[in-house]
Design a protein around this ligand. Structure first.
Ligand SMILES: Nc1nc2c(c(=O)[nH]1)N[C@H]1C(S)=C(S)[C@@H](COP(=O)(O)OP(=O)(O)OC[C@H]3O[C@@H](n4cnc5c(N)ncnc54)[C@H](O)[C@@H]3O)O[C@H]1N2
Ligand code: MOO
Length: 410
């Protein structure tokens, strides 16, 4: 029997990056309907934000110099020359020795370069006593300080989070060109797997768990999902069902039959869908070693190990990256881990990356990761967990009290 050649986690990520490209479709969407979509063309700012100099506080617009030397014991004196109305251009200038009342966000009048907060001065019948000196630029946002006209605000490949939508809104952009929503198809395989709605199981039967967990995760990543049902361990039927679903989607996911047992047809089915085919079969991870990753005519196909915890952990680790790249996202190398301290010693084999399900507990102001021990066939190990701790392949385990990276799942 041919056994698979395992890749390290790092090699697997590198191969994913090399093999997966954005699915081609783009569309113009309304900005308010574009949350979590990926920008397909860069956005250049056509104007400054803000478009005018503004005050960041309620106070008096002044020339900073005119406040120099002011203190509680030796106040300075300025003449109040008027006030700025919100949403309107001021009609009063600030000249030497003058101050103009300005609300937070109001447009700075000509001639001033700072704002003194109302709590640091006192208007006594039009004579402003200043109790503090302010520096040039203090309490002021300059025109273009947020966004400069002509600058590339967002590059293609940027995921639109609420803050990106806000920045686009500030420019008055109502529509954006984004990559279209992906369609992801999922198929369960195994003679023993029956629909989860099955009321009474015959001996040996198992309800389909992965259909819910894997499509649930995919839905969290803003893709449309199609559940293709369950296929028996019969090559011809499996192949036909897989092809039908593959034709309808941008990415096909299959669970079960990924190992090398007599009835593990997943690899052959995946290979039959098109070239170049499988680029990873077997990853030096625990759990989830018999994972299959492939590209068939430009579409990624993922063969997940059947054990429910393995399937979810593998899909979170590698499936999410595949989907993000397929969506057109340019992935920045930013940490997506939180750190916690391990409550127990955990051994691990060097050369293999281990993913330990953990519960997070706060003790004395620090987060501690309590391992949840249990086989990867047990879905409740994930129900009880708040995340998974990553023990990288060069380590021989972690010691009690050691800080460890946690991929959170709550
Ligand atoms: N000789 C070896 N045997 C196995 C190895 C190995 O390296 N050498 N690896 C083990 C590991 S690790 C895993 S994980 C499994 C993966 O096996 P398959 O991907 O071929 O999955 P199945 O055999 O079809 O199923 C495994 C297990 O999971 C249950 N299952 C499958 N699909 C579902 C589903 N949709 N919902 C709920 N449960 C599911 C299935 O009933 C099995 O119990 O291989 C080991 N074997
Ligand atoms: O490593 Mo497998 O994924 O647990 O049983």
């Amino acid at each position: 029997m041919q056994f698979f050649k395992v890749k390290t986690v790092e090699e697997t990520f590198a191969l994913i990056d090399e093999n997966i490209a954005a699915a081609a479709g783009t569309e113009v969407r309304e900005l308010k309907e574009s949350l979590h979509y990926i920008l397909a063309v860069p956005v250049t700012a056509k104007e400054n934000v803000p478009g005018f100099d503004r005050s960041t506080v309620d106070g008096y617009a002044v020339r900073a110099k005119d406040t120099y030397g002011s203190s509680e014991s030796m106040p300075g004196f300025l003449t109040v020359a008027g006030e700025v109305e919100m949403g309107e251009a001021p009609d009063t200038k600030v000249t030497h020795g003058k101050a103009v009342y300005i609300p937070t966000g109001g447009m700075l009048p000509e001639g001033c370069n700072a704002v003194i907060m109302i709590e640091h001065c006192e208007d006594v019948d039009g004579l402003l006593n200043t109790y503090k000196q302010v520096a040039p630029g203090e309490n002021v946002i300059r025109a273009g300080e947020d966004i400069k006209a002509g600058e590339v605000l967002l590059e293609a490949g940027t995921k639109l989070r609420p803050q990106e939508l806000g920045a686009l809104a500030s420019l008055g952009i109502t529509h954006v060109t984004v990559f279209s929503k992906l369609k992801v198809g999922y198929l369960s395989s195994g003679d023993e797997i029956v629909p989860y709605e099955t009321e009474t199981l015959s001996l040996g039967q198992i309800r389909d768990i992965n259909g819910l967990t894997i499509l649930g995760l995919a839905s969290e990543w803003n893709v449309d999902v199609i559940y293709g049902g369950i296929v028996k361990d019969d090559f011809a039927i499996f192949q036909q069902k897989a092809r039908e679903l593959y034709e309808q989607v941008d990415c096909l996911i299959v669970s079960g039959g990924s190992s090398v047992g007599a009835k593990d047809y997943t690899t052959d089915v995946i290979q039959s869908l098109g070239g170049p085919g499988v680029f990873v079969h077997g990853i030096s991870v625990k759990p989830g070693k018999p994972t299959i990753l492939a590209v068939a005519n430009g579409k990624p196909v993922i063969g997940l190990p059947g054990h429910p915890a393995s399937a979810m952990i593998i899909f979170k680790l590698f499936g999410e990256r595949i989907i993000r790249l397929l969506k057109g996202e340019v992935i920045q190398k930013k940490p997506e881990r939180i750190y916690a301290r391990m409550t127990k010693n955990i051994p691990s084999s060097p050369g293999r990356s281990d993913y330990i399900r953990v519960r997070l507990e706060e003790k004395a102001g620090e987060w501690w990761a309590e391992p949840i021990i249990g086989k990867s066939g047990l879905i409740t190990t994930l129900v009880k967990s708040d995340g998974i701790v990553e023990i990288s392949s060069e380590k021989e385990g972690v010691s009690q009290g050691e800080y460890v990276p946690v991929i959170p799942s709550r």
